[in-house]
Ligand binder design. Structure first.
Ligand code: MN
Length: 467
């Protein structure tokens, strides 16, 4: 069986393309969990896109042991040099460069002839090779490219030293059989393809990302790219936990082996959801709250336990043991080390939809108190907090859920806040009291913004439609 490599791009194509401004601790938390999960490659960011991405790639490069750390780049020398500089501390660095190959993109976006595109691609790979041995080349919008041209450019970049060839379905348009045909075509028509690993990169616009990825594996791909919980631009990327468990459960059907510790899947998905503020739907395959309901042991008439025949995954195989959520939340509640802390809240409600909140905060060691009116207790609390923290923000989303049952339940609040004209920040708060949970979540988001503003970052989003 051939060994299939797992390439995680949660931090680059996932969170980044959603415009999320994760701070360095949040990115490190995700990358450390990805190492525990055992992914082969972590794409940590796009260094030329922002100072924050440079810092993320540099920090993760020095921290993630046992995984290849990859930085994304355009095809310009300046971007490639910037990427290489950020990767300097990595044990196993990889530069991921490339450019568009579809007729429309070559003409409209690059304004280059196909010959010029090949020339530029070869130049980019040679630039990257001066810095690192391991160079991955992406063919942006490959699925809409001409097959013969794709084969030609791939042969040229392998000749120039590319070690991995990424063939994306950038817009999530392919059917599984078409994607499989494209990968097969590459194997059949690129004479030096045995010198590189072929990688899939699928998007989920038609709900086909996982299916297309698996079709790519059947056609011979040696690496698959995706994100945890399938997060990403538009309908997202291939959900790595789905692809991993499809292979784990039906290994004979795919004929590949993995180096992943599947028992870390639930913890990884939970962490990614908590940090990105992107909830996991209850019916989501593998890690949704309902994924394992109905799979409990059933009794036969003779009172002997039997497993129902429709249980295809054992919850233990993904580490989905009950009660874990609660424990993680209690730990999170106890660990409040942020610069701004909620000390006290008192609420008066006056008639329908009117409330006054008096909030006391600890802001970098100073105790402040403010009162404000709002259209309900949560709104009043947020307004009072605004008066003390003084950041101009726009509330993009607010969600509250309860974890656990009855008297011991905890309120788990998530806010998504937009600031300036750059990115989104996610704040989270946990408390047995839902007003306090909401206040903590809001304060948590504002504290992150204060730090980000102090660093004066560039725009958070990468240029649209990369791969
Ligand atoms: Mn992508």
């Amino acid at each position: 069986m051939r060994r299939l490599k797992i390439f995680d791009t949660t931090l680059r194509d996932g969170a980044k393309s959603l415009g999320l401004n994760l701070n360095i601790n949040e990115k490190l938390e995700i990358s450390r969990q990805l190492v525990r999960l055992g992914v082969d490659v972590i794409e940590a960011g796009y260094p030329a896109s922002s100072a924050a991405d440079q810092e993320a790639v540099r920090t993760i490069a020095g921290d993630a042991k046992g995984a290849v750390v990859c930085g994304f780049s355009g095809a310009e020398k300046q971007e490639i040099d910037c990427c290489a500089a950020a990767l300097r501390g990595a044990g196993q660095p990889r530069i991921h460069t490339g450019l568009a190959v579809s007729p429309l993109y070559m003409k409209r976006k690059l304004r280059l002839t196909p010959e010029q595109v090949i020339e530029k691609a070869v130049f980019a790979v040679k630039c990257a090779k001066k810095h690192v041995r391991d160079v991955q080349f992406y063919l942006e919008d490959a699925f809409c490219g001409q097959h013969s041209f794709i084969a030609e450019i791939i042969a040229s970049v392998i000749e120039a030293g590319a070690t991995v060839i990424n063939i994306p379905d950038t817009f999530g348009y392919a059917t599984p059989w078409e994607y499989s045909e494209l990968i097969s075509y590459v194997f059949d028509n690129v004479k030096n393809i045995d010198r590189a690993v072929v990688s899939t990169h699928c998007h989920n616009d038609l709900g086909m990302a996982t299916a297309n990825t698996l079709a790519g594996i059947k056609a011979g791909a040696g690496q698959i790219e995706g994100t945890i919980n399938g997060i990403g631009e538009r309908a997202g990327n291939t959900s790595l936990e789905e692809a991993i468990m499809a292979i784990y459960t039906r290994q004979a059907a795919y004929g590949v082996e993995l180096g992943v510790r599947s028992g870390e899947i639930a913890a990884t998905c939970r962490l990614a959801s908590r940090i990105t503020g992107v909830p996991v739907p209850a019916h989501k395959a593998i890690v949704g709250a309902n994924a394992f309901t109905g799979t409990r042991d059933i009794y036969r008439d003779d009172m002997e336990y039997v497993k129902p025949p429709y249980e295809v995954i054992d919850p233990d195989a993904v580490g989905a043991s009950p009660g874990q959520d609660m424990q993680a939340l209690r730990e999170e509640m106890a660990d409040d080390s942020s610069e701004i802390r909620v000390k006290n809240i008192s609420i008066t409600t006056t008639g329908v939809s009117r409330a006054t909140a008096t909030v006391t905060l600890d802001v970098e060691g100073d105790t402040l108190t403010e009162a404000a009116c709002g259209s309900g207790p949560v709104d009043a609390v947020f307004r009072a907090v605004d008066r003390m923290v003084g950041e101009q923000v726009f509330m993009e989303d607010y969600a509250l859920k309860s974890i656990g049952h009855n008297g011991s339940a905890l309120g788990d609040a998530t806010v998504k806040v937009r600031y300036g004209d750059s990115g989104l920040v996610v704040g989270r708060g946990v408390s047995p009291d839902i007003i306090e949970a909401s206040a903590r979540a809001y304060v948590n988001a504002l504290a992150k913004i204060k730090i980000l503003n102090g660093k004066a970052q560039g725009p958070a989003s990468q240029p649209a439609n990369i791969i």
